[in-house]
Write a protein that binds this ligand. Structure first.
Ligand code: SF4
Ligand code: SF4
Length: 136
């Protein structure tokens, strides 16, 4: 059975120059679509991507990531913003890896573009007004 899942990968400093994503494709036959990447030499990196492949390959690929020290978090959360609570303080913008939270420079208001949200939950704890929530 084919699976397609969005994941957040965190790369420890020592892994930045390793062909980890290439290996997911070449050895584990997974296709990937990189949604966001912040990889800097000798710093912890972050990547949000969609992985697609046969279930067995997918599970092996995830095991491989964990073995080499990459942090793996699956994205599933449905995020909503309570517009009555949002003060447009901007605290959430810098943590959003996909620019789903963005400043509209004309109105100086923070826009939440749900289409771009991958449900990584990074914004939820940084909102001082608890306007961003996981929908349950
Ligand atoms: S951190 Fe919260 S209050 Fe501030 S702009 Fe983002 S959603 Fe709005
Ligand atoms: S959960 Fe928050 S930080 Fe993550 S993509 Fe959606 S809006 Fe951006």
């Amino acid at each position: 059975m084919k699976v397609a899942k969005k994941v957040v990968l965190t790369f420890p400093k020592h892994t930045w120059d390793k062909p980890i994503i290439y290996t997911l494709h070449s050895r584990h036959h997974l296709m990937f679509n990189i949604l966001k990447a912040k990889i800097t030499p000798n710093e912890e990196g972050l990547m949000v991507l969609e992985l697609v492949g046969e279930e067995e390959d997918f599970n092996r690929g995830i095991e491989f990531l964990k073995e080499v020290g990459v942090g793996v978090r699956f994205l599933a959360a449905d995020i909503e913003r309570d517009d009555d609570e949002c003060t447009h303080c901007g605290a959430c913008i810098s943590v959003c890896p996909t620019e789903a939270l963005k400043l509209d420079k004309e109105t100086m208001m923070v826009i939440f573009d749900k289409e771009k949200c991958v449900g990584c939950e990074l914004c939820v704890p940084v909102c001082p007004f608890k306007a961003l929530r996981i929908k349950i």
